[in-house]
Design a protein around this ligand. Sequence first.
Ligand SMILES: Cc1cc2nc3c(=O)[nH]c(=O)nc-3n(C[C@H](O)[C@H](O)[C@H](O)COP(=O)(O)OP(=O)(O)OC[C@H]3O[C@@H](n4cnc5c(N)ncnc54)[C@H](O)[C@@H]3O)c2cc1C
Length: 380
Amino acid sequence: MRMHVNVAVIGRGMIGSAAARHLAESGTSTALVGPLEPAERKNSQGPFSSHPDEGRITRIFGRTPVWAALAAASLARYDDIASRSGIEFYVRSGCAAVFPDASTWIDAAAGYDLDAEMVSDEWLLEHTGIVAPPGNEIAFESSPAGHINPRRLVAAQAKLAHLAGAHHVVEAASRISRVPAGYEVGGDWGSITADRVLVTTGAFGSELLGVQLDVERRARTMLMAETQLMPSLPNLISVAPDERLHEIYFCPPVPYPFAKTCLKIGGNMVNTRVLKPDELVDWFHTDGEPAEMEALENSLRALLPEIDIASITTAPCVVTGTPSGHPYIGFVDDGIAVAIAGNGSAAKSSDELGRLGASLVAAGEWTDTLDPSIFIPQFG
Ligand SMILES: Cc1cc2nc3c(=O)[nH]c(=O)nc-3n(C[C@H](O)[C@H](O)[C@H](O)COP(=O)(O)OP(=O)(O)OC[C@H]3O[C@@H](n4cnc5c(N)ncnc54)[C@H](O)[C@@H]3O)c2cc1C
């Protein structure tokens, strides 16, 4: 394959597909390099993504003003992405946050266009059927919070990138090397060259960089409870009723490709397993961690005592985290930048993270009004 582009984006995931769209739509010649999701997870050597399901919570309120800014900018563009691609991915279903300091979630989103208020345990039970763990504050964002389908958002971004002229190399890269023309990005399929490279490979791809980023790859188990559609159920992020978990989140029931309607619940184990890069593939061959499955099911039944569960399916996933809790967006070498480490929160904000990565790599320097020091990659 002979191709030279201004920017090669490696990783056709949530951030990479957004970056490729922003680059291509701003007139930069772009290649988006990354495989599709493996057809058979348990027989594949990867790479795998951290968005392999049908539901991700979206909201503006949250733990830091930075995340609120990233989410607000992304949410403002959802309708445009959906209408121009013809791929719908967003449902406005609201989101409740149940924590001792949940009011700070609304404070962090001050100044943005959202409809959020503090509510009581009784209000939450009456309006949603959720039994909140006692002794907490409850913040409720009714709009624009909801859930997105991450696979469909990636498809929409990739389609718009293609329509704007981006080349798609539907393969994994195994190396980036310096060449007279800039950088060569290659694999057993051949190679392309680019002036600059943006690496957006999520939990995978550490072998591509000449440096080691200070990230943790945290094993997560997702539990899909087969049930019926519940139109008045919002998304939930909450302290967990089961003490083996720090916190849980769930997305309301949506149709899954295996022809079932499922509510998805996941969480953050007190004893989170941190994976080394060479343990990732084996983790993705499992169905998740049995203790986590049990703790998630207990939590779900405590939060929604009336739920009728017909069957349970589980799957593995990985959250890539940084010490700061914010992603890394910055150059790690002369012409190689990263937009990586979503900290379990990047799906909703992936369009803005992709835009920031795209503008950085296209300009060769940070040009945004957000403080770049928040995103400087750390090594370790
Ligand atoms: C269980 C779970 C629940 C979550 N829930 C939420 C939520 O409710 N709301 C929210 O906002 N966020 C949520 N997140 C976080 C969100 O899904 C991630 O932050 C987001 O997917 C990160 O996007 P990314 O582009 O960095 O990585 P990914 O989406 O994982 O994309 C990386 C891509 O790079 C590709 N790749 C890897 N290596 C190579 C290579 N060598 N060559 C080419 N391509 C490569 C992979 O195939 C993949 O497609 C959740 C995460 C998990 C695991």
